[in-house]
Design a protein. Structure first.
Length: 334
């Protein structure tokens, strides 16, 4: 255990660089208090990248300071059923209704236990349920019902169910959103995105995968991925996040994880922050989506040539969800 570490609680402070309330301060584990000064890291790692670390961060070796494992807290599963109501007042569900049928929406609500919160008018609850069907917590977020974008003004509308219930102490130990689906089909590849919203939509747009979400760029962690180590996994970082995620993936591969990081979004000429659902949502053309401003890969050109000789190759690609040499979906097949 090191003397200084980033605060593990959900408390945030104004960032000295961007002034947003997204700054996680460093904690002094010897003094049991925050480090004095502007030492910390901004959670807006793509847009701000402010990170001020204290110097001389040595390991604490005394026995009395050894970390003690504390069991993760859980919530009453009855909360899930009580939140599954008032979907006409749920902005995220209203956004889904623009793009999907009522039958599809009902199925995905049941699949991911999507809930509604009255904390903010129109708020959504994304429950984190582990592979033992224990409810770790629920993340409450507010979306625009038309654009589907998160409401960030006048403040970032994100909070936690355990905080709203004022449960103290509460040892939050997150798990992947969708982890409870781990055993639904063991032959399916598990696909991981950053945002819960993206995972929910992609489960409808590309159901060949079992979709899960980290719940944030910084949550792609070994601890969260351990329960699915024996599965085939592909992660889809948002635009401009590939390098950071790929470094983590490389380390996990050395430990025996069957995991790969797709360059699909990174290879597209799209704005920073674009995610997979942004690309796949429109147009919806079977399983093959044609993003704008993207050239065919060498594999796609060769597949197109072979398909003119034997069209059954397209069926093979579709059935087995084949990828190219860079782990990107094979698209642009005409």
């Amino acid at each position: 255990m090191y003397r200084y570490s980033l605060d593990k609680s959900s408390k945030k402070f104004p960032c000295p660089s961007c002034d947003m309330k997204s700054f996680v301060r460093y904690f002094d584990n010897e003094q049991n208090s925050y480090v004095e000064g502007d030492f910390g890291r901004c959670d807006r790692q793509t847009n701000c990248k402010c990170h001020l670390a204290p110097k001389n961060n040595g390991a604490i070796t005394t026995l009395e300071n050894a970390p003690v494992k504390v069991k993760a807290s859980t919530l009453n599963p009855g909360l899930l059923n009580r939140s599954k109501k008032n979907f006409t007042q749920n902005n995220f569900v209203q956004f889904l209704r623009i793009h999907f049928s009522e039958e599809e929406i009902e199925l995905v609500i049941e699949k991911y236990f999507i809930g509604t919160s009255s904390h903010w008018k129109g708020a959504t609850v994304f429950w984190q349920i582990n592979d033992q069907n224990e409810v770790r917590t629920g993340k409450v977020m507010l979306y625009n019902p038309i654009s589907g974008s998160r409401v960030k003004k006048p403040s970032n509308h994100i909070t936690w169910v355990h905080k709203l219930l004022k449960i103290d102490p509460f040892n939050l130990k997150q798990c992947l959103f969708g982890l409870h689906l781990k055993n639904s089909n063991k032959s399916k590849t598990i696909a991981i995105t950053e945002a819960e919203k993206t995972t929910v939509m992609m489960s409808l747009l590309l159901p060949k995968y079992t979709w899960m979400a980290t719940g944030g760029k910084g949550n792609l962690k070994r601890e969260l991925l351990l329960p699915i180590k024996e599965y085939n996994i592909v992660v889809y970082p948002d635009k401009a996040e590939f390098e950071d995620w790929n470094k983590i993936i490389a380390a996990l591969q050395s430990e025996g994880f069957r995991i790969r990081c797709s360059r699909f979004i990174e290879n597209l000429d799209v704005p920073v922050g674009t995610d997979l659902a942004d690309i796949y949502l429109e147009p919806r053309q079977s399983n093959f989506i044609i993003p704008t401003q993207r050239k065919q890969s060498k594999v796609e050109i060769e597949v197109q040539r072979l398909a003119e000789i034997n069209p059954e190759i397209l069926t093979l690609i579709s059935v087995f969800d084949l990828l190219d040499e860079n782990d990107n979906p094979i698209i642009n097949i005409k």
